[in-house]
Design a protein around this ligand. Structure first.
Ligand SMILES: Nc1nc2c(ncn2[C@@H]2O[C@H](COP(=O)(O)OP(=O)(O)OP(=O)(O)O)[C@@H](O)[C@H]2O)c(=O)[nH]1
Length: 494
């Protein structure tokens, strides 16, 4: 027996677990740390033993417990200790129970499975009474203060990352950078649930050269990955609970453990993201640490609120994305002519006013072309209205395809259109009009004979407003009609 073990003589311990085998194992590895070790398989048994005699350390081994009834019974035991030492051995996969148990009273925890010597060391530490209680208390306060400062700093970082309501990818990247400022974090990643249950890696920030996409061998459809039952963030999304892995090998995948060890990862914490309690899981945040940290209740709760905060930011960003898409659709509906895809008259007239003002301000020429399909009435009469519609659509699309992106095609009424050609003088507008006339005259129309167009061309005068410009254009167009159609006429000077 070592000196350390001697110093724990006369200590009474109580170990609780359902399985006889585990009780035997505990006795074999830690029995000698106690003067007397009580073993029980039930919560009632533990309660009765605690009531009968003083117990220096209660070891709650939660392996094999799996329902919420067990969790509330375990919480009641922790509460009954009233601050006396409790060591919780929590199986990997149920680490979400820790914050809840911590709410019942102070405790230390280890995640199982544990090596025998690690278990001995944890029990020994839990049994060691501080020699100088005042100094220990002072140290605990300092530790707590540091914990809270770290949490506050990371919360501020995340808050900054969330302001601005960026597109999701940018926001996720900024969140990961902020999370990496938490002490010990060497890698942060954000997973996001897209439509139809497609979990993707939205962003990551590495301070240890770890590439999450490479580790998982994919960056989307992650829930279908073979690691979905072993890797903390994927488990967190699957279960909706926090998952803490305090040693890579405990995940039970030697290849994964080796890769994490290679990058200096000692601990992984994954927090599910959901914007409302009980709501659907939107993704997860994963934090990889280069050290082992025994989280306090405040840290668990701080990290939990941080996750909620992030979820909220993501939900807002998604909402903004949807709103932008809707607003875009609305603009499309209110400004575009549904039949031809040209700008509608109301929006076209406003655009003409804007372009006239802009041309005047910058001293740039503005060319305008009005055109009208010749004898369109006969197309409708001979081939029917639906065919006429199709012809209108084809003419508009053909013209649009010949214009610059800065030009605009406006459907003014029926088969009359206007082209607003910025930075274009009369001479170039004439050339454009001629090119369009020729193109339409040689364009096949589905289901009916070919059509021609007549065009009027003008350049806005230096002081001219939209109404006189349109009148001049109209006159030019009428001259083109009178001249026999399928031709271009330049408007009289303003
Ligand atoms: N199919 C179809 N026809 C339209 C639409 N809007 C206007 N029209 C038709 O376009 C024709 C315009 O006729 P008019 O104004 O007489 O002109 P036109 O027959 O083209 O003769 P000119 O302009 O003098 O060459 C009418 O028959 C309208 O019914 C539309 O949205 N779809």
């Amino acid at each position: 027996m070592t000196a350390e073990i001697d110093s724990h003589a006369r200590r009474v311990g109580l170990f609780l677990n359902l399985a006889g085998e585990r009780r035997g194992e505990f006795q074999a590895s830690c029995g000698e740390l106690f003067n007397r070790l009580l073993l029980t398989e039930t919560f009632d048994g533990a309660t009765a033993m605690l009531a009968r005699q003083p117990v220096d350390l209660l070891v709650l081994d939660l392996d094999g417990f799996d329902d919420s009834g067990d969790l509330s019974a375990a919480s009641a035991l922790v509460r009954a200790r009233q601050g006396a030492p409790v060591l919780v051995l929590c199986p990997y996969g149920n680490t979400a129970w820790l914050p809840e148990l911590m709410a019942a009273g102070p405790l230390t925890y280890r995640i199982s499975p544990l090596l025998s010597e690690d278990l001995q060391q944890s029990v020994s530490q839990a049994l060691t009474a501080p020699l100088d209680a005042a100094a220990a208390q002072q140290q605990a306060l300092l530790d707590k203060e540091k914990e809270l400062r770290d949490l506050l700093a990371i919360q501020r970082g995340v808050q900054r990352a969330l302001t601005g309501m960026d597109e999701l990818g940018t926001m996720a990247a900024r969140i990961c950078t902020a999370l990496c400022s938490f002490p010990g974090v060497r890698h942060a990643a954000l997973f996001h649930m897209q439509e139809r249950g497609n979990l993707v890696l939205a962003a990551q920030e590495a301070r240890n050269h770890l590439d999450m996409a490479r580790l998982l061998q994919r960056s989307e459809r992650l829930l279908q990955s073979p690691l979905s039952d072993t890797f903390p963030p994927l488990m967190a999304v699957g279960s909706g609970d926090m998952v803490l892995l305090d040693a890579p090998e405990k995940a039970g995948d030697p290849e994964l453990a080796m890769q994490l060890h290679d990058k200096g990862v000692r601990m992984v914490l994954a927090l599910p993201l959901r914007s409302e309690a009980g709501g659907p899981v939107q993704g997860a945040v994963s934090l990889m640490f280069d050290r082992h940290i025994a989280f306090s209740r405040e840290q668990f709760s701080g990290l939990g609120s941080l996750a909620q905060f992030i979820s909220f930011g993501l939900a807002m960003s998604e909402l903004k994305h949807q709103n932008d898409a809707l607003a875009g659709k609305l603009t499309q509906i209110t400004t575009v002519d549904a039949l031809t895809g040209a700008v509608n008259r109301r929006h076209g007239e406003a655009e003409l006013d804007n372009e006239i003002r802009r041309a005047r301000r910058y001293g740039m020429p503005l060319g305008v072309i009005a055109f009208d399909i010749d004898n369109f009435r006969s197309v409708n009469d001979i081939y029917g209205y639906p065919c006429g519609d199709q012809a209108l659509r084809t003419v508009a699309q053909t013209v649009l395809s010949r214009l610059r992106t800065s030009d605009q095609l406006v459907r003014m009424r029926g088969e009359e259109f206007l082209i607003i050609a910025t930075h274009t003088a009369a001479i170039d507008a004439l050339k454009l009009a001629e090119k369009l006339r020729e193109t339409i005259a040689t364009t096949e129309l589905p289901g009916c004979e070919m059509v021609t167009i007549s065009l009027g061309v003008a350049q806005a005068g230096p002081e001219e407003g939209a109404s006189t410009l349109l009148e001049r254009l109209d006159a030019a167009l009428h001259r083109a009609k009178r001249a026999g159609r399928n031709c271009v006429e330049l408007a009289m000077a303003s």
